[in-house]
Design a protein around this ligand. Structure first.
Ligand code: ZN
Length: 155
């Protein structure tokens, strides 16, 4: 069976950045399953998997644009330390959820701690990076009706 719209595709993958550093991998875990064509995974990877069958291996380079997007420096902001009341130790790398003015929930990462200000970055940690995926297709199957209705895979 080929990976196509509304098929459940399971893949093993290793994700590296431009320097060859491993950022994420399914090694030692269950393969990642997603519903093809539903935007469950990044567009560049989904496109490359189109038509692939179990056992096929591929190497996919995804530009930042087709991955997590370019970095947007407007998403880097200074917030007063008081905003972190109730948090014992604010440290770089910590992630928080913040409400944007439009009501969307943003996941922000603390990047710098000043005396009274904390710098937070709402860019996805992989924004602006070219992504390199080594992928092996583990399985392609029909979805259940419930998976189709929900638009995602149930493990
Ligand atoms: Zn569901």
């Amino acid at each position: 069976m080929q990976a196509a719209e509304n098929k459940v595709v399971s893949i093993h993958y290793t994700l590296t950045d431009e320097q060859g550093t491993t950022l994420d991998s399914s090694e030692g875990r269950e393969p990642l399953s997603y519903l093809h064509g539903s935007g469950n995974i990044i567009p560049g990877l989904e496109k490359a998997l189109e038509g692939k069958t179990a056992g096929e291996k591929l190497n996919v380079k995804v530009s930042a644009e087709d991955g997590y997007g370019e970095r947007n420096e407007e998403l880097v902001q200074q917030v007063p330390m008081e905003a972190f009341q109730g948090v014992d130790n604010v440290e770089p790398g910590m992630q928080f959820e913040a409400q944007a003015p439009d009501g969307n929930v943003l996941r922000v990462t603390v990047t710098e701690i000043g005396e009274e200000q904390v710098t937070v970055d709402a860019n996805h940690p992989l924004a602006g990076h070219e992504l390199n995926f080594d992928v092996e297709v583990a399985e392609v199957r029909e979805p259940t009706q419930e998976e189709l209705d929900h638009g995602h895979v149930h493990e």
